[in-house]
Design a protein around this ligand. Structure first.
Ligand code: URP
Ligand code: ZN
Ligand code: ZN
Length: 487
């Protein structure tokens, strides 16, 4: 009888803090030993020449979810999770989205019904709170936080999802009191509508005007306001999908004051620009997402934010709407920029793009890469140390990465249910060869190795307001404006 189920042998292990040569022994889905000559195993995976990394955690993706205008994503939990796995992920955190009038319990049940039979890797849910009624704030949200749904997203834009500042204070206060992370889509809805109206009235309807209407001031103003609202009630806040340099600066300023403010950005803001929205005909629709990609200088500012303490997390914001009438052109064949479905795919390309351009080109260390794509999300969203690291006792979630594998991205090689990738033709070096989730080989030899529904739902810990998640940039402690009893 063997000592272990599996040994991953001969690789270079990298975590958010260390890089070292080690074999990894796995039993019952967990890492049980690290070192050399550690024993025998039923299965030995040769990782010579490979980097062995914690499996990626994509902490912001829209899978089998209706948009604000009720358009269903092209990916369900099967294609979405398979695509995630082929891109090196072992955990996804999509959304259980409340639309106005729905109660949160029904929303959570629906998300479970959709994910349970299909997901091939582990998953948790963030809630989307669009209707913070008395019952939601007083009953449902506190109970759900205690049951492991310890993060939720709110919107400052999108007519059907947005909440006002007063409602945001209500939601932040509940998060503060019960231990949850509030994520915010920060764009000023009135600014966007004001600009959109003028553009449309002037006949400026092409996809590129989406980026004009979602001016970076709409993003930076809303980001600063959201930070101030969080400050007022001493709540943690994570600003998602940041693309505007001024918004990034606002996050950095807050963190330098010791405030518990966190930032997330996405590959689209590192690899695309607003010029992509100006491609031939309606092609620009493929790049319409909110907030939009900015200019070259903006891209550089976002790259800088990955290493100067602004951003802790890089997620895909995978929001797959096909380039057809089921997705981008749901409103008709030649929609104005205002009617194009918002969102772009990227769950499979997130880690390879960042590895290639970040680690490969010397902009990020391998440890920073691991922190940004896995460890920090695990810490921020209550999954660490079970997830996000390679350590004795942690889940054996591994991406065995070939740092020399050269690939040209094309939609045909990806496993999502999309008909385009915004990164078509880009050349990358580095891609995972083998992906292991809780000790199960999910991807090997470019093939899926597991059954649908074999992923597990992850109940998360409430986020204690006093636990240390990626350290704030300043030694100053957060300012407490109110005692918790007032919230
Ligand atoms: O354009 C985007 N990002 N669509 C997805 C929904 C969201 O707001 O994240
Ligand atoms: Zn958003
Ligand atoms: Zn999103």
């Amino acid at each position: 009888m063997s000592d272990f189920d599996t040994i991953v042998k001969g690789g270079t292990v990298a975590t958010a803090s260390d890089t070292f040569q080690s074999d990894i022994a796995i039993r019952d889905g967990r890492v049980v030993a690290l070192g050399h000559d550690i024993g025998s195993a039923d299965q030995v995976i040769d990782a010579t020449g490979m980097m062995v990394l914690p499996g990626g955690i994509d902490a912001h993706c829209h899978i089998e979810q209706e948009s604000s205008t009720l358009i269903m994503t092209a990916d369900d939990y099967y294609s979405g999770s398979v695509s995630a796995a082929f891109g090196g992920n072992t955990t996804i955190i999509p959304f259980a989205a409340q639309h106005k009038g729905q109660n949160l319990r029904d929303v959570v049940k629906l998300a479970h019904d959709r994910a349970g039979p299909k997901s091939v890797i582990d998953y948790a849910f963030h809630l989307i709170v669009s209707d913070p009624t008395e019952n939601v704030l007083g009953q449902e949200l506190p109970a759900l936080i205690m049951e492991g749904y310890s993060s939720f997203k709110v919107y400052m834009t999108y007519e059907m999802l947005k909440i006002d500042d007063r409602q945001m204070l209500d939601v932040l206060s509940v998060a503060r009191k019960y231990g949850a992370m509030t994520m915010v889509h920060a764009e000023n809805n009135d600014v966007i509508n004001w600009l959109s109206e003028r553009l449309l009235n002037g006949g400026y309807v092409a996809p590129k005007f989406h980026a004009v209407s979602h001016n970076s001031i709409a993003e930076s103003e809303a980001s600063r306001r959201a930070i101030d609202l969080a400050r007022l009630v001493d709540a943690k806040l994570l600003i998602v999908h940041v693309s505007a340099p001024e918004a990034a600066q606002a996050i950095l300023n807050a963190r330098n004051q010791g405030l518990p403010i966190y930032g997330e950005t996405c590959p689209q803001y590192l690899f695309l620009t607003a010029e992509d929205l100006d491609r031939n005909g309606m092609e620009g629709a493929k790049f319409c997402c909110s907030p939009p990609p900015r200019d070259q200088a903006g891209q550089e500012a976002i790259w800088l934010g990955l290493t100067n303490g602004t951003f802790q997390v890089i997620s895909s914001d995978h929001a797959p709407y096909r380039y057809d009438e089921t997705g981008k052109f749901n409103a008709g064949p030649n929609p104005t920029f205002k009617k194009i479905a918002n969102g772009i795919p990227g769950i499979e390309t997130r880690m390879p793009l960042l590895f290639s351009e970040g680690v490969g080109k010397g902009r990020l260390s391998i440890n920073e890469f691991v922190a940004l794509t896995s460890t920090n999300a695990a810490k921020i969203y209550g999954l660490h140390p079970r997830k996000g690291t390679i350590a004795v006792g942690s889940d054996a979630d591994l991406a065995i990465w070939d740092p020399t594998w050269k690939r040209t991205i094309s939609e045909t090689m990806l496993h999502d249910n999309m008909d385009y990738t915004p990164y078509e033709g880009m050349e990358v070096t580095g891609w995972p060869r083998t992906v292991i989730s809780q000790g199960r080989v999910v991807v090997m030899d470019e093939k899926l190795q597991v059954e649908r529904g074999s992923g597990e739902f992850l109940e998360r810990q409430p986020i204690d307001p006093d636990t240390s998640i990626p350290t704030d940039n300043s030694p100053l402690s957060p300012k407490h404006n109110f005692g918790a009893d007032l919230l």
